[in-house]
Design a protein around this ligand. Structure first.
Ligand SMILES: [Zn+2]
Length: 81
């Protein structure tokens, strides 16, 4: 991930880490269930901002599709481990 910088202060001193996250989905009968996943978050060492990038969005999409028993389409699976 080159060229990543803080969206708040513009610093290039950003670090990434994996955190446990979760999202909620509904099965075909309308029952909500929780999907645990790990997503990549960025944090800025200059201003301490934390944010999730497109990696996290992709990981959520993949986890959601997997939970519903579908194969993700149109994009390569994100490495969520
Ligand atoms: Zn910053």
């Amino acid at each position: 991930m080159s060229g990543c910088h803080c969206p708040n202060c513009g610093s290039k001193k950003v670090v990434s880490r994996m955190v446990n996250d979760r999202l909620w989905a509904a099965d075909p009968r309308g029952s909500a269930f929780e999907i645990p996943l790990r997503v990549l978050v960025w944090s800025c060492t200059a201003c301490k901002l934390c944010w999730q990038g497109e990696e996290a969005v992709a990981a959520r999409e993949v986890a959601y599709q997997k939970a519903l028993g579908r194969q993700p389409q149109g994009r390569s699976a994100a490495n969520v481990d």
